[in-house]
Design a protein around this ligand. Structure first.
Ligand code: NAD
Length: 305
């Protein structure tokens, strides 16, 4: 198990919700932090994190803005000297449907794809060269959704799992009982889902390119977790029953800490699934099907370190 104390982590979208829980969980482990968010509350969050006894910088900014991302990463590097962990969490949800008019579509695209895909892409591009130069490895965790990875993908996940709450799901597609359930959100989520499915491209591409540099890349695929975003779906007035079924951001954050503590020999290129109705816990790594030893080749050269 790897000690996280005194490592340096960037957490995007840390003002509220999951990002806030990730930053606090890291601070509890003694990780020094650079946090950012489009909300001004990030300045107060920075002070709260510093009160937990870690060194922390915070900045208000938009993850889809390349100038902001570059500046923020440069400032983090100058302040701490290195960057060990990137938690690419900032995200937005907005309703979008297949026949939206062009004006709305373009606004939605900038906002949803700009934050969920471009933001994670830009932070990766800014941080990865720093991690490579350091030569000490690193961890990147992208935050995705259970719309792209449920127990339906890959379907062997549920095999033999009698705990699976979707075993008897009549809409299931898998090979065990009625479940697992299919992927995808509702019909008003085409852009949100597209922006999150696209994260698989970053996950597998980065994991392959960076394995030789001992940089792991994993993703967290959230199911319904109590946060500002989820409450906004329910007009900020969810029933007690709904809330009781949701996962807690603090529990998800513990799983993230577990992945980070695995260190360089730990899982890589994996989508960790969080499924409402099942205990939130660190799942066993799945068989490695995307980043095989002889698969990591660029231009015919093996890049496996
Ligand atoms: N909560 C859930 O049930 C759930 C489910 C699936 C996926 N997710 C994903 O988890 C991540 C966190 O979501 P959450 O539920 O905590 O949402 P949230 O709205 O509660 O928090 C998101 C944070 O990101 C910040 N943010 C948004 N756009 C930004 C931008 N352009 N630049 C900088 N910061 C920005 C927000 O201000 C906010 O502080 C997102 O990527 C989301 O898609 C959440």
């Amino acid at each position: 198990m790897t000690e996280l104390k005194d490592k340096i982590a960037i957490v995007t979208g840390a003002a509220v919700g999951l990002g806030n829980a990730y930053a606090k969980a890291l601070a509890k482990e003694g990780v020094n932090l650079a946090v950012c968010d489009i909300r001004p509350e990030i300045n107060q969050v920075r002070d709260e994190l510093a009160e937990m006894g870690v060194d922390c910088i915070g900045s208000e900014g938009d993850v889809s803005n390349p100038d902001f991302v570059k500046h923020f990463v440069d400032v983090t590097k100058s302040k701490f000297g290195h960057i060990d962990i990137l938690i690419n969490n900032a995200g937005v949800w907005g309703a979008s449907v297949a026949d939206d008019d062009m004006e709305k579509t373009l606004e939605d695209y900038e906002n949803i794809v700009g934050t969920n895909l471009k933001g994670e892409f830009l932070f990766g591009r800014a941080v990865i060269p720093v991690m490579i130069d350091q030569g000490t490895g690193g961890d990147i965790i992208n935050v995705a959704t259970d719309h792209m990875v449920t127990c339906g993908t890959p379907d062997y996940y549920c095999e033999g799992n009698s705990e699976c709450p979707h075993q008897d799901d009549p809409h299931g597609i898998g090979n065990v009982g009625g479940g697992p359930r299919p992927t995808g959100g509702g019909d008003a989520m085409d852009l949100y889902d597209a922006s999150k499915w696209a994260l698989n491209g970053l996950l597998y591409g980065w994991a392959k390119a960076l394995k030789g540099h001992r940089i792991r890349v994993n993703a967290l695929c959230m199911g319904a977790t109590d946060s500002y975003m989820l409450r906004s779906f329910h007009d900020f007035n969810p029933s007690d029953e709904e809330v009781s079924q949701w996962m807690r951001a603090e529990d998800n954050a513990e799983v993230m800490i577990g992945i980070l503590k695995e260190g360089v020999g730990g899982r890589n290129a994996q989508n960790h699934q969080f499924c409402m109705g099942r205990e939130v816990a660190l799942e066993s790594p799945r068989p490695q099907i995307y980043v095989l030893e002889d698969d990591v080749k660029i231009g015919g050269q093996s890049h496996v370190g």
